[in-house]
Design a protein around this ligand. Structure first.
Ligand code: SF4
Ligand code: SF4
Ligand code: SF4
Length: 404
C-alpha cells in the first residue's frame, strides 16, 4: 500500500515586508531559519512521501534557505514535492528560476481587487508585478484569500484578478482565524473603539450570499472563457464539493451495499442519494468516505480528516526548530510537538462539530471545520458549516440541472 504523504512546513523566516491587518504570523519570532534546522527537520521525516512548504513570514526574504533545502531534499528524498506561500511582492527573475527549477507550486496571498487588497494587506502593485512575472515565464499560481468582514462582499473581485493575470490555476478561500494580529488585544488608545474592519469574521448571511454570488459569477466567466481560453478559473471550495459528491456517487454505484444503505437513508431525489444521511439513527457508509465526519467513541461528531494537521501528518517547524501541527497554533503552548533538535511527537488536531451534523444530508462527505479555527475561535465556527453547506447545495443543484 502506498505510504501517505506528510506535510513539512518550514517557517523560513518570521520577518515580512508587509503588515497585513490580520497577520497570523504577528508575534512569532523574527528569526530566519538556518539550513541546519531545516535539514534536521527533513531528516526526521525519514522516507515518507513529503510535501515541503515554505512559509513564514515572507519566505522569499530567506530565499537562500529555500534554494538550499530544495537542493538537499531533491537529492535525499525519493518522493518530494515543493510548495511556497508568498505575498508575491518579492518575486524576481532569480526567484522565478528557482521556482521553475524545483517545480515549486506557488500560492500567492491576495484578498481581492487592488483597493480591497491594499486596505487589508498593502502593496498590491508589487504583488501584481510578481504574479505577472510568473505569467511571463509560463508559471501558474494559486491565489489564497482570507475572507473577513471587509472583503466578503467583494469575492467576485478575485475572479476579476484571476482573469486579469491569466495564469491563475485556482482560488482558495480561507476564513479568518482569530490568531496573530486578528487576535491582538486593543491598545490603550484603542480601548472602547470598534474593532477595525478586516480583523473580524464575516457574518453567516454575508458569507452565504457572497458564495452564491461568486458561484454565479464564476459560471458566467467560465462559460465565456470556454470560447476564449483553454482553462477555467476554479474556486477550491466548489471544486472540493464537486469532487466529494462525485466520489460518493461513484462509491454508491460500485458498492451495492453502500448504494442500498445510502438509498434507504435518502429522502430526496435519486441524484442526491449519494450524499443524503438518515435523519434520526445515523447510518454511515460501509467504508468511511474520504472526507467524512466520524463519530467519536462518546458519540460526538468529530471532524477527523480535514487536513494534514487533523491526520497527525503536518509538521510546522519554526526557525528555532520548535514544531507544531498548524501555523495558527505556533504560539500556543498546548499544541507544541517538540523540537526537531531533540524529539517530535506527532499530534492530530480534531474539531467537534455541531449536533446539526447528525441530521445533515451532507454528513457523509463533509469534512467539518478547520480544527485550528475551532480551537482559536472558541468552538466550532459555524462559518465553516456555511461555507461547506452552501458549496454542496450549489453543486448539488448544478448536478440536478445537468441531468435535466
Ligand atoms: S499575513 Fe503573511 S504577508 Fe501578511 S504580514 Fe503576515 S506574514 Fe506578511
Ligand atoms: S454542512 Fe454543516 S451541518 Fe452539514 S455536515 Fe457539514 S458541518 Fe455538519
Ligand atoms: S488546522 Fe486549519 S489552518 Fe491548520 S492546517 Fe488544518 S485547515 Fe489549515
Amino acid at each position: 500500500m502506498p505510504q501517505m504523504r506528510s506535510l513539512l512546513v518550514l517557517w523560513a523566516t518570521g520577518r515580512c515586508n508587509l503588515r497585513c491587518r490580520y497577520c497570523y504570523a504577528a508575534g512569532v519570532s523574527q528569526e530566519d531559519m538556518n539550513f541546519k534546522t531545516a535539514k534536521q527537520a527533513i531528516d526526521l521525516m525519514g522516507e515518507w512521501p513529503l510535501t515541503i512548504q515554505f512559509a513564514g513570514g515572507e519566505p522569499l526574504l530567506n530565499v537562500g534557505l529555500v534554494e538550499a533545502v530544495c537542493e538537499y531534499a531533491a537529492t535525499r528524498l525519493r518522493d518530494v514535492r515543493f510548495a511556497i506561500q508568498t505575498n508575491g511582492t518579492l518575486i524576481d527573475k532569480k526567484a522565478v528560476q528557482l521556482l521553475k527549477r524545483f517545480r515549486i507550486a506557488v500560492g500567492v496571498s491576495l484578498d481581492g481587487r487592488p483597493e480591497v487588497n491594499d486596505y487589508l494587506r498593502g502593496n498590491s502593485l508589487e504583488t501584481a508585478r510578481g504574479i505577472k512575472l510568473l505569467a511571463e515565464h509560463g508559471l501558474a499560481t494559486n491565489l489564497n484569500a482570507v475572507v473577513s468582514d471587509f472583503n466578503v462582499g467583494s469575492l467576485t473581485g478575485l475572479v476579476d484578478m484571476a482573469l486579469y493575470f491569466g495564469n491563475i490555476h485556482g482560488i482558495g478561500l480561507d476564513l479568518l482565524r482569530k490568531s496573530g494580529r486578528a487576535a491582538a488585544k486593543p491598545t490603550a488608545a484603542e480601548q472602547g473603539q470598534q474593532q477595525p474592519v478586516g480583523t473580524g469574521p464575516a457574518t453567516e448571511a454575508a458569507l452565504r450570499d457572497a458564495l452564491r454570488l461568486l458561484y454565479r459569477y464564476l459560471r458566467k466567466v467560465n462559460s465565456a472563457l470556454n470560447f476564449a481560453l483553454s482553462h477555467k478559473i476554479r474556486v477550491r471550495e466548489f471544486e472540493r464539493a464537486r469532487a466529494a459528491m462525485n466520489q460518493a456517487a461513484a462509491l454508491a454505484a460500485s458498492v451495492p451495499s453502500a448504494a442500498l444503505a445510502i438509498a434507504a437513508a435518502a429522502p430526496a431525489a435519486p441524484t442526491t442519494a449519494a450524499v443524503a444521511a438518515a435523519p434520526a439513527a445515523p447510518t454511515f457508509l460501509p467504508a468511511p468516505a474520504p472526507e467524512a465526519i466520524l463519530p467519536s467513541p462518546s458519540g460526538q461528531m468529530l471532524s477527523r480528516n480535514y487536513c494534514y494537521a487533523a491526520l497527525a501528518r503536518s509538521f510546522v517547524v519554526l526557525p528555532n526548530g520548535g514544531c507544531c501541527p498548524c501555523g495558527s497554533l505556533a504560539l500556543d503552548e498546548n499544541y507544541q510537538m517538540g523540537n526537531v533538535h531533540s524529539s517530535v511527537q506527532p499530534l492530530a488536531l480534531s474539531c467537534q462539530c455541531p449536533k446539526a451534523c447528525v441530521s445533515c444530508r451532507y454528513r457523509a462527505i463533509c469534512p467539518g471545520g478547520c480544527p485550528s479555527r475551532g480551537l482559536l475561535n472558541g468552538g466550532f465556527d459555524m462559518l465553516d458549516c456555511v461555507m461547506r453547506k452552501t458549496a454542496y447545495q450549489l453543486i448539488e443543484k448544478e448536478k440536478q440541472e445537468e441531468q435535466v
